[in-house]
Design a protein around this ligand. Structure first.
Ligand code: AMP
Length: 417
C-alpha cells in the first residue's frame, strides 16, 4: 500500500499518558483499563458497526519478557476460537515498515467489566455458578490446545452484564520462571498455585487452584491469600489450610523443602469455618443446598497437594456447576496452534521485532483475502451494554499491573440461561 494512502487511514488521539494512533474506522476512544502491557480503550468500529476494545502494545519487542508475551498472545489469539476466550477482531500497526515498527494494536470484543468489579457484588448461586462454569469451559479449551495457564486472576477475566464471561490472556509460557526463590517484581501472585509458588512440576489442575481462590474471593469479598510476596503468600496458605502432609513435603526439592518444613506448623481450619453459612445466600432450602455444594466445591479446589485436587473435568461435573453443562461448550474441538515452538523461543530484540511484525502483516494479508476468523456468537443486539455510551466509563487512575488499576464499571449481572 502506498505510504500516503496508509497515512491517511490513521489518526492520533491522546489517551491518559499515551497516544493511540488508530485506523479512522475506530472512533470515540475511551480508556477502560490498563495492564502490564499497556492501556486498553473502548471504541466504536464503523466497519463492524459495534463497540470494540483496543489494546496498545508499545514496542512489544523491547525485551525478552514483553516480546515473548506479546508474540505468544498474538499467535494464540489468532488460533483460539471459543466463546469463553476473548476473540481477536483485528490487529494493526500504524508504522509502515519493519524498520519503523513500534506499536501494535489488538482489537478485541468489548466486555463490560473485569472480575475485580464483580467480586465486590453480592452474587446469587445462579450467577456465581454460571461464572465459574464458563471459566472452567475456557480453561478446558485452553488445556485441550496444550495451554496450561498458571496465572489466572480476576483482572484477566472479563464479563458482560448478561453474565457471559471470557478469559483475556493465555498465562505463563511453559518456560517462564516462577517460584519462591525468585526476585520479586510487581505482578499479582495471589492466585498462583502452591506448585507454582514452590517451583514444583505441575499438571493441568494447577489452574483449578486459581478458580478456587477466585470463587473464595467472590464469596468473601476479600482476597483469600493476600501475600506481600511468595513467602508471605505461602504463610497465608498454610495458616488457613494447614501445613501439608509429609507426603507432600517429599515432592519438594531440597532447598524449598528445608524452608517449608521449617515454617511454624498450622492445623488449618475446616471449610465450614473458612466459609461459614453467613457468606452465602441461604434463605431457602434450595439456597442452603447450593451453599453446601459451593463449600464442597471450594474444599475440593483449594487443596495444596495437586495430586489430591479436583481436575477440570471433575469440577465441570460437580453438582454446583453441572447444572450448566452443555457439551458444545465443554467439548468444543481444540484449536491447532500454528507455532509449535511458541514457548521455547529465545530471540534477540531485532528478531522478536521481525517475528511480531510478520504476525501483524500475516493478519493483514489474511483479512485482505477475506479469510477472517469466526465471529464470536455472543455479542448480539440482545446484550444490553452494547451501546458505546454505557460501556466506556473513563478510568480515573491508571497505574500498571495492579488489580486496582482496572476500573470499568459492572452493571448488575443478569443471568442469561
Ligand atoms: P490486559 O492489558 O489485557 O491485562 O487488560 C487490562 C484491563 O483492561 C483488564 O483487566 C480489563 O479491565 C480491561 N480490558 C482488557 N481487554 C478488555 C476487553 N476486551 N473488554 C473489556 N475490558 C477489557
Amino acid at each position: 500500500m502506498n505510504r500516503n494512502k496508509r497515512e491517511k487511514e490513521y489518526y492520533s488521539i491522546d489517551v491518559g499518558d499515551s497516544t493511540f494512533t488508530v485506523l479512522k474506522r475506530y472512533q470515540n476512544l475511551r480508556p477502560i483499563g490498563s495492564g502490564a502491557q499497556g492501556i486498553v480503550c473502548s471504541a466504536y468500529d464503523h466497519v463492524l458497526e459495534r463497540n470494540v476494545a483496543i489494546k496498545k502494545l508499545s514496542r512489544p519487542f523491547q525485551n525478552q519478557t514483553h516480546a515473548k508475551r506479546a508474540y505468544r498472545e498474538l499467535v494464540l489469539m489468532k488460533c483460539v476460537n471459543h466463546k469463553n476466550i476473548i476473540g481477536l477482531l483485528h490487529v494493526f500497526t500504524p508504522q509502515k515498515t519493519l524498520e519503523e515498527f513500534q506499536d501494535m494494536y489488538l482489537v478485541m470484543e468489548l466486555m463490560d467489566a473485569n472480575l475485580c468489579q464483580v467480586i465486590q457484588m453480592e452474587l446469587d448461586h445462579e450467577r456465581l455458578s454460571y461464572l465459574l462454569y464458563q471459566t472452567l469451559c475456557g480453561i478446558k479449551h485452553l488445556h485441550a490446545a496444550g495451554i496450561i495457564h498458571r496465572d489466572l486472576k480476576p483482572s484477566n477475566i472479563v464479563v458482560k452484564s448478561d453474565c457471559t464471561l471470557k478469559i483475556l490472556d493465555f498465562g505463563l509460557a511453559r518456560t517462564a520462571a516462577t517460584g519462591l526463590l525468585m526476585t520479586p517484581y510487581v505482578v499479582t501472585r495471589y492466585y498462583r498455585a502452591p506448585e507454582v509458588i514452590l517451583g514444583m512440576g505441575y499438571q493441568a489442575n494447577v489452574d483449578i487452584w486459581a478458580v478456587g481462590c477466585i470463587m473464595a474471593e467472590m464469596v468473601r469479598h476479600k482476597i483469600l491469600f493476600p501475600g506481600r510476596d511468595y513467602i508471605d503468600q505461602w504463610n497465608k496458605v498454610i495458616e488457613q489450610l494447614g501445613t501439608p502432609s509429609q507426603e507432600f513435603m517429599l515432592k519438594l526439592n531440597q532447598s524449598v523443602r528445608t524452608y517449608v518444613e521449617n515454617r511454624p506448623r498450622y492445623a488449618g481450619y475446616s471449610f465450614e469455618k473458612l466459609f461459614p453459612d453467613v457468606l452465602f445466600p441461604a434463605d431457602s432450602d434450595h439456597n442452603k443446598l447450593k451453599a453446601s455444594q459451593a463449600r464442597d466445591l471450594l474444599s475440593k479446589m483449594l487443596v495444596i497437594d495437586a495430586s489430591k485436587r479436583i481436575s477440570v473435568d471433575e469440577a465441570l461435573q460437580h453438582p454446583y456447576i453441572n447444572v450448566w453443562f452443555d457439551p458444545a461448550e465443554v467439548e468444543a474441538p481444540p484449536p491447532a496452534i500454528s507455532d509449535k515452538q511458541l514457548d521455547e523461543r529465545e530471540h534477540t530484540v531485532d528478531e522478536w521485532k521481525e517475528l511480531i511484525y510478520q504476525e501483524v502483516m500475516d493478519w493483514e494479508e489474511r483479512t485482505k483475502n477475506g479469510v477472517v476468523r469466526g465471529q464470536p456468537a455472543s455479542l448480539g443486539a440482545a446484550v444490553s451494554n452494547d451501546s458505546h455510551e454505557s460501556s466506556s466509563n473513563a478510568v480515573s487512575s491508571m497505574s500498571t499491573d495492579t488489580d486496582s488499576s482496572q476500573e470499568t464499571s459492572a452493571g448488575p449481572l443478569r443471568c442469561c440461561r
